[in-house]
Design a protein around this ligand. Structure first.
Ligand SMILES: [Zn+2]
Length: 455
């Protein structure tokens, strides 16, 4: 307890740099205060404008409408919150929005379409809020979007009389310009783990909780042992919230942010530990935590290369689960990835799958390519962890790299592993041009590394 009182005196300031900023480039300041059961956000706008837009304005997944309009109430007279095109905006009927706008809100703890959940709500009252949803900038009416897609925003979080957790450390208040993290209102006891800090909802059903206190720390420890330090140089925080046993629902969602993994579990479909449930949960946890390495220690240089990080995270997860549970059948997963890849790669380049709304190709074909790299590694008595570790060491910032792995760098690593440049050549063709018969192209690459088609 003494320790806790000692650190309670700390305040955190992550200073936003002000150097060289023009008056128009001054930072938006937001103060977010938990006040009883409610929350208040006070926006101090750095300049006058007729409308201010929230740059992260994805819609709620279930209702396909604005989550801010559902959960925010503007208290400042004359100011309205409304939807304009793809953005939520503060507006006024005439003139400029007042320079100070106050909003009361209820944390919106539901999924969005392609963005982080605004809030994670834990059953003990702990709430985590996503910082990026407070970022706003002047509205550019002539092109129907904010002037600046990434306006400077500095947010101070306060929980009067209590504490906040920011990046795993308790504070009385936290001021940050990091728009890609969650701040936790409350200081729940973390799950013990080597080199990470986990916050698990106390109401999480027993078997899920067991997985989070057993499987998750073992996963992180094994990845750390085989791949080195995770990205960001810090200690990852993992937030696992339970949204309740909603009837007819089976939902595990979340996302990885720098040094932080947010997981939201919901539904009566998750109440019992069927083998299927267990496999799906472990894949999810394994894949997402693999992104602390493949994704954060090194990233891709553009979304077209997501096959590097998604496929790699898949194979790392399969191999991880196998080590922890010898009954796990990675062959079933690899077979599914392989057959999905055949369907998604015929006559079209895998790299541009995203523009066709076929993101699944990055996961499926990425796993297959990872399996080919693994085959090459195995011929030298190595495995996919070794291949990935070399890729990380060659590119991570701490080792003098640029923190990025491009397609050509990955293919060069494959050629170093296999000694056969024709494999990388054929893979490049599937990635950038497309082939008429992906099945025989993949079978031939697998054969060159001494492996058969999965299944
Ligand atoms: Zn992923």
């Amino acid at each position: 307890m003494k320790f806790r009182i000692a650190i309670a005196a700390l305040f955190l300031f992550v200073a936003g740099s002000a150097a060289g900023a023009s008056p128009a480039g001054r930072s938006l300041r937001v103060e977010v205060i938990r006040d009883g059961d409610g929350y208040k956000a006070i926006f101090d706008l750095p300049q006058s404008a007729p409308a201010w837009a929230f740059v992260n304005s994805a819609l709620a997944r279930r209702t396909k409408d604005s989550w801010r309009l559902r959960s925010w109430v503007v208290e400042t007279p004359r100011v309205k919150l409304e939807r304009r095109g793809d953005f939520d905006v503060f507006t006024v009927a005439r003139g400029n929005v007042p320079r100070r706008v106050t909003v009361r809100f209820t944390p919106f703890a539901q999924d969005l379409l392609a963005d982080y959940d605004p809030a994670l709500a834990f059953s003990d009252g702990t709430v985590a809020l996503f910082t990026g949803h407070f970022a706003a900038g002047p509205w550019l009416a002539k092109s129907d979007r904010p002037e600046d897609p990434a306006p400077r925003t500095t947010i101070t979080f306060r929980y009067p009389g209590r504490q906040l957790l920011y990046k795993g450390v308790p504070y009385r208040s936290a001021t940050t310009g990091d728009l890609e993290t969650y701040v936790v209102f409350g200081t729940p006891r973390p799950v013990a783990g080597d080199g990470f800090s986990g916050i698990v909802d106390p109401q999480l059903p027993g078997w899920l909780r067991g997985e989070m206190v057993e499987f998750l720390p073992r996963s992180i420890a094994l990845f750390r042992e085989r791949l080195g330090a995770p990205g960001g140089g810090g200690k990852p925080t993992i937030l696992i919230s339970w949204a309740g046993p909603t009837a007819g629902r089976h939902s595990q969602g979340g996302g990885v942010l720098p040094n932080l993994l947010a997981v939201r579990l919901e539904g009566d479909g998750l109440l019992t530990p069927s083998p299927d449930n267990l496999a799906r949960l472990r894949w999810f946890v394994g894949h997402e935590s693999a992104h602390f390495w493949l994704g954060q220690a090194v990233a891709y240089s553009q979304p077209n290369e997501a096959w590097i990080t998604e496929g790699g995270a898949n194979l790392l997860a399969y191999r991880l689960i196998e080590r922890i549970d010898p009954n796990y059948q990675s062959g079933l997963e690899l077979h599914k990835d392989w057959s999905d890849c055949l369907a998604l790669a015929k006559d079209k380049p895998i790299a541009t799958a995203g523009s066709r709304q076929e993101n699944r190709a990055y996961y499926a074909c990425g796993s297959v390519f990872a399996m080919i790299a693994e085959g090459a590694a195995q011929r030298k008595g190595r495995d996919f962890f070794d291949f990935t570790r070399d890729l990380l060491e060659a590119n991570r910032r701490e080792a003098g790299g640029d923190g990025v792995v491009t397609m050509e760098e990955w293919l060069a690593a494959l050629t170093r592993e296999s000694g056969d440049p024709t494999i990388a050549r054929d893979m490049r063709e599937m990635l950038t041009v497309g082939v008429a018969d992906p099945r025989s192209a993949i079978a031939s690459m697998l054969q060159r590394v001494g492996r058969k088609e999965p299944g």
